[in-house]
Design a protein around this ligand. Structure first.
Ligand SMILES: CC(C)(COP(=O)(O)OP(=O)(O)OC[C@H]1O[C@@H](n2cnc3c(N)ncnc32)[C@H](O)[C@@H]1OP(=O)(O)O)[C@@H](O)C(=O)NCCC(=O)NCCS
Length: 333
């Protein structure tokens, strides 16, 4: 599946917010759990610490905190929302949708609410769908959340994955664009043949949860990290270039590149191939690890608060994740 779109009407981001659990897990904490070292993790991934949710906190809880902040920044009340999209691979339950739990908690009424599962690319997918809903006249005010609690599906004995994964949420409010600022282009793609390289094998309808699947640890996230790495860089480069081209822009026009935060080396390699210098790249993986669908809005929110984003700036966002899925969005702030 490949979908490329250029905005007919288009949406713009009118509010942004993010949330992360308070609990910090450092590389030194992980040294006590698996055979690894702070030095290895920092050198191979760029991560120093990450936020991990406590037992009582689920994806909808972090989604709610991020959504409230985004709505406050946008000056939008729950009653004004027409749609809620939650991009997540770790919903509270398989059903009802986490978006419906959020709708209820926010007190939104007469609102379309659904989950979107595109792994770590979920936020870009959600933004593209929210943009499309506005362009199609399906609503005027759409809340898009990217949220995951990967720690809940992490095998804490698997050093190949447990050092990477973390929890967080980010949210944006979209409204019709009535000026030059807005989502200029989006590019979405997927390749399901590569799905087994990054998956949660049991707990769905193919292999429902049984005592055996739990004993075999098949409810945990499984990943062939070095294989994923190769595809991630190529796909993120390609997607950014396609989205830029659709927007009639080039890499030199990018004021800020906000890539999915999976591995510092992936970010560096992608930026180099796209042609954006690292001083124009947004990274916070050192403090947050891989928060999946939350990573782009978490990083963008930090950049915004640090004054790195000005009106009219061109922001390129790009992600890659389970599916495989990948995608990019070009936004004029
Ligand atoms: C997982 C990842 C960090 C591993 O780094 P890498 O440089 O590819 O390392 P490899 O997997 O080739 O492993 C190299 C060695 O380190 C070891 N190793 C793996 N994890 C380790 C850890 N946490 N601590 C210490 N050693 C570790 C391996 O066992 C291997 O040892 P060997 O050479 O004796 O067999 C990296 O592949 C990665 O980030 N991949 C992409 C992950 C990703 O983006 N996933 C999500 C997509 S949304």
């Amino acid at each position: 599946m490949k979908r490329e779109s250029r905005n007919a009407k288009g949406a713009r981001v009118v509010g942004l917010g993010s949330a992360a659990p308070e609990g910090v897990m450092t590389n030194f904490d992980l040294e006590k759990m698996v055979e690894t070292s702070d030095e290895w993790i920092r050198a191979r991934t760029g991560i120093r610490e990450r936020r991990i949710a406590d037992e009582k906190t689920a994806t909808s809880d972090l989604s709610y905190l991020a959504a409230r902040k985004a709505m406050e920044a946008a000056g939008v009340s729950a009653r004004e929302l027409d749609g809620i999209i939650v991009a997540t691979a770790t919903p509270d339950m398989l059903f009802p949708a986490t978006a419906c739990l959020l709708q209820d908690r926010l007190g939104a009424r007469n609102v379309a609410a659904f989950d979107l599962e595109a792994g770590c690319s979920g936020f870009i997918y959600g933004m593209a769908i929210g943009d499309g809903m506005i362009a199609a006249g399906l609503g005027e005010t759409i809340l898009v959340v990217g949220a995951d609690t990967l720690s809940k599906v992490t095998d804490w004995d698997d050093r190949g994955t447990c050092v990477l994964l973390a929890d967080g949420a980010g949210a944006i409010v979209l409204k019709p664009s009535n000026g030059p600022s807005g989502i200029l282009s989006t590019h979405l793609a997927s390749d399901g043949s590569l799905g087994p390289l990054l998956c949660q094998p049991a707990g769905g309808s193919r292999r429902p949860a049984t005592t055996e699947t739990v004993q075999e640890g098949l409810h945990y996230l499984k990943m062939k990290g070095n294989e994923v790495f190769k595809y991630a860089v190529r796909a993120m480069e390609d997607s950014t270039n396609r989205a830029l081209k659709m927007a009639g822009l080039e890499s030199k026009d990018v004021d800020l590149l906000v890539p999915h935060q999976a591995n510092y080396r992936i970010i560096e390699a992608t930026a180099k191939r796209v042609g954006v210098p690292m001083e124009r790249v947004c990274t916070n993986i050192d403090r947050y690890g891989n928060t999946s669908a939350a990573s782009i809005p978490l990083a963008l929110d930090e950049a915004l608060k640090a004054g790195r984003v000005g009106e009219g700036d061109i922001i390129a966002m790009v992600a890659f994740g389970a599916g495989f899925t990948w995608g990019a969005a070009i936004v004029r702030w």
